[in-house]
Every structure is written in structure tokens, then in C-alpha cells.
Design a protein around this ligand. Sequence first.
Ligand SMILES: *Cc1c(COP(=O)(O)O)cnc(C)c1O
Length: 219
Amino acid sequence: MALADIVARIRAAERAAGRVEGAVRLIAVSKLQPADRVQAVLTAGHRLFGENYVQEAGEKWPAWRDRFPGVELHMIGPLQTNKAKVAVDLFQAIHTLDRPSLAQKLASLGQARGALPQLFVQVNTGAEPQKAGVLPGDLAAFLRDCRTMDLSPVGLMCIPPEDQDSQPHFAMLARMAADQGLAGLSMGMSGDFETAIAQGATHVRVGSAIFGARRQTRA
Ligand SMILES: *Cc1c(COP(=O)(O)O)cnc(C)c1O
């Protein structure tokens, strides 16, 4: 199946980049995919999935979690502050910490619950006006503010501009993570995950290359 092909390509890209085997985690992005395709990937043994919408994830995953022990869910879509409480209960990682108001909300949830999902800060490497993410020039101050609030992001995430070569964006993200002492790098999708691995990705987010084309909107 496509999952096995993608896993093989990830292992080959790790080898080509001189990375340790298994250094890169595959997040299978299951948003807007039919249930039978997701179940096939679960049945094949894969356990790490990414979702973009809190409500969709909350509807789909509790039942699968009961059937397939060990599922790990990562939030990779924009997170509204008023959905943060549901999100921290549903997800083991949030890749889209992108603004001070969300950091404040997560910090107060963390104080109330004693623990939070792993956090990645989304960086708008292309400085695109319509795209979420902290601007590169604001990252150091944002991370300082996070740490003041007792948040400890583990890495950075980016979505390069669609019309550009991803490679310089991945290289920029890797440089910023190194400068900030962050080990996690969430970058690379179906079309460019091998490029991301060459630049140091620790998490690649692959959807359509595993599952096929998805519906364009939520049902
Ligand atoms: C949908 C999505 C993906 C997966 O995209 P594909 O091109 O289907 O691999 C990865 N990351 C984010 C943030 C997404 O929204």
C-alpha cells in the first residue's frame, strides 16, 4: 500500500542525509479522508496521525482509539483559542502555536491540568500575509514570552509558500531551531518530505501521498 512506499522513501531519505534510521516520524494526515482509508492505515499498524480540525478529530478518533491502542494524534491546523481546551484533551502535540493569545490560553490550561501536549511554534517563513505563524523576526521574542509563561515548545513548524521551492524555507526553519536550541522540526508534506528530511525534519506531515486525494471541505 501507499503507506509502505512512503515509509520506505522516508528511510531512504534518512540514509541519504546521513540521519539515524527512524529519526523522522511520519504523521499520516487524515483530515477529510474517508473512514475506510484511515482504518486501512490503522490496520497496517500505523499509529501517528495528524488532523486539522478539532471538531472533525473529536468526532472520528475516540472510537478508533478504543479499537487501535497506541494512537497518537497531532493537531496541525490553525487552532482557535476557544477550541484550545478541547484540543489539549484530544491531541498529544499541537504544531500550530502561532500567537500570544493562544500561548496565554495554553499556559492557563497547563496550570489547571498540570500537563500540556508537546508544542511546536508555527513560523511564517515566507512572511505571507494570509498565512498563520510567527514572523521570523518575531520568533526569539515570542519564545521568550512562552518561556515566561512556563510553556516549553519542543520545536518549530512551517508550511512554505505554495509557489516557491521549499528547500530554502526548510533550511531557514532548521537554522532558527538550532539558534533557539529546539530539537523538533515539523516540515515536509506529500510533495517535499524528502527535501525536508535532507534539511533535518524530525516530523513530516504526509496526507494525500498516503491516503489519496481528499474531500475539499468538511461534510
Ligand atoms: C493537509 C496538510 C498536510 C498534508 O498535506 P498533503 O499535501 O496531503 O501531504 C500537511 N501539513 C498541513 C499543515 C496540512 O494542513
